[in-house]
Design a protein around this ligand. Structure first.
Ligand SMILES: Nc1ncnc2c1ncn2[C@@H]1O[C@H](COP(=O)(O)OP(=O)(O)OP(=O)(O)O)[C@@H](O)[C@H]1O
Ligand SMILES: [Mg+2]
Length: 275
C-alpha cells in the first residue's frame, strides 16, 4: 500500500468515462457575481469510485449538479464518454444532499420512482425494491410516508431509490450525513460489498475523510470557495476492502494528510458566519 499524489492535470487513463476540463461556475444573484468553481479538472474512469471532499460552500454540490446536467458550467467542458454531453441527464443516478422524497408517496413508492421513469413494470420494480428494503433498514416502513420518518431513514430511502435506478454513473452527495455512526458504517460496508460486484462509476461527496478513503480509488480535495482542486490522492489499498483497513498505518497516514489539507482551507474561518 502506498500514498500517491498526482499532478492534477496529469493525463487520465484510457478508460476515462467522465472528464471535467477547466470547469468554472459563477452565479449571478441580484446583479452580484459569486465565483463558486474555478478551473476544476477532474476525471473518473469506468468502474472507479471517486470522492470529493472540501470545506462547506466550496462548490461540491454545484459540481455534481454540473456533472448531472442540472447546471451548465460558465467555463470549461464536461466530457462523458466520447461526447461533450448535453445528454447526460438520463444516464446519471443522483442522490441529492437534500433527500427530495415525494411527500405524497410511501417509502416503497418513492424507492421505485426511478424504475417507473424507466418504464420497468410496477410488479418487477416492487420486487427489486423489496429485495433491498431490509438491507437499507427500512423493513416495516414500506408503507410509511416521508413525513413520518427520521432524517436517517429518509436518507436511506433516497439512497435506495438512487441505487435501484441502476444507472451507469452514480452521484452521491453526502449520502450518509444524517446517519448515526453505527448505521453509517453498516451502509458503508454494504456499499463496499455491492460496489465490488457492480463496479459502477461512483462520485461521492463527503465531509468524512475516513469514509472517502475507505470507499475510494481516488480522493479529490477542494479549496475553499471558489473551489479548485488542491490535492488528488490515489488510494492504493487493494480491493476487496474491509473495515479493518482503517487501523492500518498507511490508512492513518493518508487520513492525516487529507485532514491537514482540509484544515489549511478552514483555518481562520469563523464557523458562526456559515458557508
Ligand atoms: N443556484 C444558486 N444560485 C446562487 N448561488 C448558489 C446557487 N447554488 C449554490 N450557490 C452558492 O454556491 C456556493 C457553493 O454551494 P454548494 O452547495 O455547491 O457548496 P457545497 O460545497 O456543496 O457546500 P456544503 O458542504 O455545505 O454542502 C454557496 O455559496 C452557495 O450559496
Ligand atoms: Mg453540498
Amino acid at each position: 500500500m502506498k500514498v500517491e499524489q498526482q499532478d492534477m492535470r496529469s493525463s487520465p487513463p484510457d478508460k476515462v468515462k467522465l472528464q471535467l476540463e477547466g470547469i468554472g461556475k459563477t452565479f449571478l444573484t441580484d446583479g452580484k457575481a459569486l465565483s463558486v468553481l474555478e478551473d476544476v479538472h477532474f476525471y473518473a474512469a469506468e468502474g472507479e469510485f471517486v470522492s470529493i471532499i472540501g470545506p462547506s460552500g466550496c462548490g461540491k454540490s454545484t459540481l455534481l449538479n454540473i456533472v448531472a446536467g442540472l447546471e451548465e458550467p460558465t467555463m470549461g467542458t464536461v466530457w462523458l464518454g466520447a461526447t461533450s454531453a448535453k445528454t447526460r441527464l438520463g444516464v446519471v443516478g443522483y442522490m441529492h444532499q437534500k433527500d427530495l422524497l415525494l411527500p405524497w408517496r410511501t417509502v416503497l413508492e418513492n424507492a421505485v420512482l426511478g424504475l417507473e421513469i424507466q418504464r420497468v413494470p410496477h410488479s418487477e420494480a416492487l420486487l427489486r425494491a423489496g429485495e433491498l428494503i431490509g438491507t437499507f433498514g427500512l423493513q416495516g416502513f414500506e408503507g410509511s410516508y416521508p413525513g413520518a420518518l427520521s432524517g436517517g431513514m429518509r436518507q436511506r430511502a433516497a439512497f435506495l431509490r438512487t441505487v435501484l435506478a441502476d444507472q451507469p454513473l452514480l452521484l452521491l452527495d453526502e449520502p450518509f450525513g444524517a446517519l448515526d455512526a453505527l448505521t453509517r458504517s453498516r451502509m458503508q460496508e454494504w456499499l463496499l460489498k455491492v460496489w465490488g460486484l457492480w463496479r459502477k462509476m461512483i462520485i461521492l461527496v463527503t465531509h468524512d475523510v475516513e469514509e472517502a478513503l475507505l470507499l475510494s480509488d481516488r480522493v479529490y480535495v477542494m479549496t475553499a470557495r471558489p473551489g479548485k482542486v488542491k490535492l488528488v490522492l490515489n488510494v492504493s489499498i487493494p480491493w476487496p476492502r474491509s473495515y479493518q483497513v482503517v487501523a492500518d498505518d498507511t490508512f492513518i497516514k493518508m487520513k492525516s494528510q487529507l485532514l491537514a489539507s482540509l484544515r489549511e482551507e478552514t483555518a481562520g474561518v469563523d464557523i458562526r458566519s456559515g458557508p
